[in-house]
Design a protein around this ligand. Structure first.
Ligand SMILES: Nc1nc2c(ncn2[C@@H]2O[C@H](COP(=O)(O)OP(=O)(O)O)[C@@H](O)[C@H]2O)c(=O)[nH]1
Ligand SMILES: [Mg+2]
Length: 624
């Protein structure tokens, strides 16, 4: 499936040529018939040698209608440039060729029309030479020139042959599974409702599909698809299609909107980083508002030059387009820049970052480095720079708005994961530099924590995570990696540096000795955490440390016991139970001298440990 577009000066015979080539009149509007000129886009089609259908978009050649030309030429595979033999190269030939060049159209055939009007073969040679020289500077430099007359049919067969050859040469449009139909016409048809037309790219659409209109996000249903006046179940990328849509009104749709297969494709943006190139003898000042033709839409945007104040040559420069409305842009899309008044084409460019942040002067170097890497649109650079830009990104989201399929993108990501240039963390891919930075940050946070609180075991993971602002999946993967590599230890939900050994200072050792003395002196009523805190400032950390070191054990309500003492109580309690079968709070009091304040937490602890079991007011041995 292939789409051609005509180009060239008004009255050079574009529409007549298509009529002879295809037997279809591309001029359909009553006004076009009356004035004998093309005003808006026309569409015809042709079967080529391979049996394939080739759609042809006919564009108006009058200067006044360039705003209709560009939407027609964006999305074409090849150009049919028409130059009248009597006039030769004219201003609109020039402007259309510039547009084709800026849109990156490389395939073309030139029809030198109206040769029936010229008797002097020398003249024809001269015009051909002129055309060849002018095209030599453009993307159309390889186009062949065919002399034709729509009046007497001379050369039409040769032209058809050239189109056959072109169709064989051009690689079929890629199906990347993300169909886009930039709408170039909207109309209603009696009995079937709203119809939109355009050149389908990047994927296929089927009748019955639910679709999304961008940028509005309105949903619609494809009732019928026609391609070259034939009803088809499925339309292939590269073909001209007309969709009969249900569920939308004509007023909801306009040229420039895009039919997308999924809501996910409708990621909108207003700030886009691009590379632009001016046509010769044009200049552009920073912060100029221009008309941007992107796919089939006509938009206004402020153009901010990145790293320069003015452009005065045809050397490409980086820029930021700030649109006054939402668009759903794609990496690699071409666009045309025109002035508002006078309405002239001054250049064009390619989208390099569809979701850019507002450019600030201080970011210039970084922005230029980033865009330089992307200008070739190579997937390798795009993947790496995209992950670097986001630091981490969900795999599914990676370069979704690009001219590549998700499978192609995933294959590159997988390679970089293997090579360690990216890191996988759950559903995310993470830039390896960022990953290492975050690892260092975790180690640093813990290092500082251990310095500040040498007695503490470490920090709860949640606290460390709160310093980092990372998705849980990535944080968990990061800490796990640090644990696996032996840099971190994890106990419960606490993490610490492996090198960290909580230890006491000399003064703290004195405090510990004092505390142990208090425990030894008060066997039946050991001091609680609260009581210790009141007597000994700074005892909280020491108590926690002593618990961690198994010197103390803490029960409910801050009741503390020396570990050895508690273990003795436990074994004596078990002995008592083995003899008596049950134990009461009174028994505990007579055995150890404990008041309820101690007995209840101790019995609760024994229950918890599975030593005892409560039965009414008494404890019995738990069955083991
Ligand atoms: N003698 C002659 N006249 C032609 C030829 N092709 C087109 N014309 C005439 O040129 C005029 C403009 O043609 P049209 O196809 O509308 O040009 P367009 O503006 O480029 O689409 C019409 O009057 C056509 O009849 C040709 O090959 N020979
Ligand atoms: Mg015409």
């Amino acid at each position: 499936m292939l789409t051609l577009g005509t180009a060239g000066q008004i009255d050079h015979g574009k529409s007549s040529l298509l009529k002879v080539l295809t037997s279809i009149d591309p001029d359909r509007l009553p006004e076009e018939k009356r004035r004998g000129m093309t005003i808006d886009l026309g569409f015809v089609w042709l079967k080529v040698l391979s049996g394939e259908m080739v759609g042809i978009v006919d564009v108006p050649g009058h200067k006044q209608f360039v705003h209709n030309v560009i939407p027609g030429l964006s999305g074409i595979d090849a150009a049919l440039l028409v130059v009248a033999a009597d006039d030769g190269w004219m201003p609109q030939t020039e402007e259309h060729v510039q547009i084709l060049d800026l849109l990156g159209v490389r395939n073309a055939v030139v029809a030198l029309t109206k040769v029936d009007l010229i008797d002097d073969p020398g003249w024809l040679d001269m015009v051909e030479t002129d055309i060849g020289e002018r095209l030599a500077q453009t993307s159309l430099r390889n186009a062949s020139i065919i002399r034709v007359s729509s009046k007497d049919g001379n050369g039409i067969k040769e032209l058809k042959g050239a189109i056959d050859q072109l169709a064989l040469k051009i690689a079929p449009r890629k199906d990347i599974g993300k169909p886009r139909l930039p709408i170039d016409r909207v109309f209603t048809m009696k009995g079937s409702g709203v119809v939109v037309t355009g050149t389908l790219i990047n994927g296929s659409l089927s009748s019955g599909d639910e679709v999304i209109i961008s940028p509005s996000g309105i949903g619609a249903h494809i009732r019928v698809i026609e391609s070259y006046k034939q009803q088809v179940a499925r339309a292939q990328p590269g073909s001209r299609v007309a969709l009969n849509l249900a569920g939308v009104k004509k007023d909801d749709l306009k040229r420039g909107d895009i039919v997308l297969a999924t809501d996910r494709q409708n990621r909108t943006s207003r700030i886009v980083d691009v590379e632009i190139r001016l046509i010769p003898h044009e200049s552009l000042k920073n912060n100029t508002e221009l008309v941007v033709y992107l796919e089939t839409s006509e938009l206004l945007a402020k153009v901010l030059l990145i790293g320069s104040k003015v452009v005065q040559s045809t050397m490409p420069v980086f820029a930021q387009l700030r649109f006054d409305q939402d668009i759903s842009p794609h990496i690699g899309e071409h666009f045309i820049l025109r002035r508002q008044s006078p309405a002239v084409t001054i250049g064009g460019g390619t989208i390099l970052d569809p979701f850019a942040a507002k450019y600030k002067l201080k970011d210039t170097d970084r922005a230029i480095a980033f865009l330089k890497g992307r200008r070739g649109l190579g997937l390798e650079e795009l993947v790496l720079s995209e992950v670097a830009k986001h630091k981490y990104i969900e795999r599914e989201e990676l370069l979704f708005a690009s001219c590549y399929s998700q499978a192609e993108i995933a294959a590159f990501a997988a390679r970089f994961l293997d090579e360690g240039r990216l890191v996988a963390a759950g559903s995310y891919v993470v830039d390896s530099g960022y990953w290492q930075g975050q690892s260092r940050k975790i180690l640093d946070i813990l290092h500082r924590e251990h310095l500040a609180n040498p007695l503490r075991k470490g920090l709860p993971q949640a606290v460390v995570q709160s310093y980092l602002d990372l998705p849980r999946e990535i944080f968990n993967r990061l800490t796990q990696t640090l644990v696996d590599s032996g840099q971190l230890i994890r106990e419960g939900d606490t993490v610490a540096l492996t090198s960290h050994k909580p230890s006491l200072t000399q003064e703290q050792e004195v405090i510990v000795a004092r505390m142990l003395e208090l425990f030894a002196k008060n066997r039946a009523s050991p001091p609680t955490a609260k009581e210790l805190a009141a007597q000994i400032p700074g005892s909280e950390d020491i108590i926690r440390f002593m618990c961690q070191q198994n010197m103390l054990i803490e029960f409910a309500d801050g009741v503390l016991f020396e570990r050895e003492h508690y273990e003795k109580i436990r074994s004596e309690t078990i002995k008592f139970l083995e003899k008596k079968g049950q134990i009461t709070i009174q028994d505990m009091h007579s055995l150890f001298g404990f008041s309820r304040k101690y007995t209840i937490p101790i019995l609760a602890q024994l229950d918890k440990e599975g030593v005892t079991r409560r039965e009414g007011d008494v404890r019995v041995l738990a069955k083991r």
